[in-house]
Design a protein around this ligand. Structure first.
Ligand SMILES: [Zn+2]
Ligand SMILES: [Zn+2]
Length: 317
């Protein structure tokens, strides 16, 4: 099969044997995959990952018995593969497993290939109403849903999303679609325009000066937390969504004086993400910049790394 492999600091399209499902895994033919900022970070050395990259995908289960309920089903897959044995797993905190494997990110070949293997427990059938282009957004939509899984946002709260990159826009769409009042502050007029058909207020950086109850930090920049501290009201909540590798000195006295809650948030649940996608009230299609063939994966990654580019997809039909 063809696969997009990152090895020794280089990204290449190579021929690889079709993977053999192990244990409780099944074989999946990948149909569509999405390039995420994490993939771009891996190119810069994030987690020293070597292997097939990619973790946002939709595909069809091909390697299972014909009478298996998953056989022939269109699925998406959650990316974390916990060990179930370590001390953290024993407390039920599987996403924080000490020996965690992560599809296309850590110790497990990923989705930018013709085929991948994944455990059954990671798979979720995709409803017919959700097409392949929408289904690849399940993982980032789930990551946005994780915010309301972790903290209580009151229906009367104003929620400010900082950042107009992929994660910021998806987070805004998700929180808006569950009925919250959402404001987005970003640097790019054309990216903010993705939200124009939704009832979401948008501002360019520096133009918004009010204080809100909840700030979601999605800027991808180490100065994002400082901005969040300025714009959250006393006793408000800040959710950190970006993982920044840079180190920054931040004065956190505001957090103490104003009695703020600051929470980190990462991967989220797939089942509610698919229910939201089925309702089809988000403008995800507008986020798609381009679709490349898997064979042109190196070009696709170059495109995705350019400034101002939102979602780049890889197709393998
Ligand atoms: Zn991702
Ligand atoms: Zn574990």
């Amino acid at each position: 099969m063809k696969a997009l492999v990152f090895e020794k600091g280089k990204l290449k399209l190579v021929e690889r044997p079709v993977p053999e499902p192990a244990g409780d895994e099944v074989l999946i033919k990948v149909k569509m995959a999405g390039i995420c900022n994490t993939d771009l970070e891996i190119m810069k050395g994030y987690l020293n990952f070597q292997g097939i990259i990619g973790h946002e995908f939709t595909g069809t289960v091909v390697g299972a018995d014909k009478d298996d309920e998953l056989y022939g089903r269109r699925v998406v897959g959650s990316i974390n593969i916990p060990c179930y044995h370590c001390s953290v797993c024993q407390q039920g905190l599987y996403n924080h497993c000490l020996n965690i494997k992560c599809l296309g990110i850590r110790d497990k070949d990923g989705a930018f290939a013709e085929y991948l293997t994944l455990k059954r427990e990671n798979l979720y059938p995709v409803p017919d109403e959700v097409n392949d282009r929408e289904a690849v957004f399940t993982e980032p939509v789930a990551a946005a849903i994780e915010i309301i899984e972790k903290i209580h946002i009151r229906p009367t709260d104003r929620v400010l999303v900082l950042g107009d990159g992929k994660l910021g826009l998806i987070t805004a769409m998700v929180l808006h679609s569950v009925g919250l009042e959402v404001i987005v502050v970003g640097k790019h007029r054309e990216k903010l325009a993705v939200l124009s058909d939704m009832d979401i207020q948008t501002y360019l950086t520096g133009e918004f000066h009010e204080r809100v109850q909840v700030v979601i930090e999605c800027t991808g920049s180490s100065s994002g937390l400082e901005t969040a501290l300025d714009l959250v009201q006393p006793e408000g909540k800040i959710v950190l969504k970006t993982t920044v590798s840079g180190k920054n000195l931040i004065n956190l006295s505001k957090a103490a004086v104003n009695e703020l809650m600051i929470l980190g948030s990462r991967c989220g649940p797939f089942a509610p993400a698919l229910r939201l996608l089925k309702r089809n009230n988000m403008a995800l299609e507008k986020m798609i910049d381009s679709v490349y063939r898997l064979e042109d994966g190196v070009k696709a990654m170059e495109r995705a790394s350019q400034k101002g580019v939102l979602k780049v997809l890889l197709e393998n039909y």
